[in-house]
Design a binder for this molecule. Structure first.
Ligand code: FES
Length: 101
């Protein structure tokens, strides 16, 4: 797609797992996940509390610094001390390749 940035092959991401990439817009660390087969979501991995890098664990993101958690479907905060949601990155799958758009 025009203006899109290739993240990687869809087949490289196991269902229920995530891969790291760099958000082409902000340059921040980001995570691409496949929570269900054929369904891809991406978020910046920067905790909205003080900027630590969150990881994807099961159905949520967890921050190692002060324990904030975020819903993996929406990016919304599910546990403090963070207050704001993770920033969602729109993705598109074309010919088996996942792009940030
Ligand atoms: Fe993530 Fe504080 S930086 S909980």
């Amino acid at each position: 797609p025009a203006g899109a940035t290739l993240i990687g092959a869809a087949s490289a991401i196991a269902v229920g797992r995530s891969v790291s990439f760099t958000d082409p817009t902000s340059g921040a660390p980001a995570l691409l996940l496949q929570p269900k087969a054929g369904s891809f979501l991406a978020y910046t991995a920067v905790c909205t509390h003080q900027g630590c890098t969150v990881s994807y664990e099961g159905s949520q993101f967890a921050c190692p610094c002060h324990g904030a958690t975020f819903d993996a479907t929406t990016g919304d905060v599910t546990g403090g001390p963070a207050r704001g949601p993770l920033t969602k990155i729109n993705v598109q799958v074309v010919n088996g390749q996942v792009y940030a758009v």
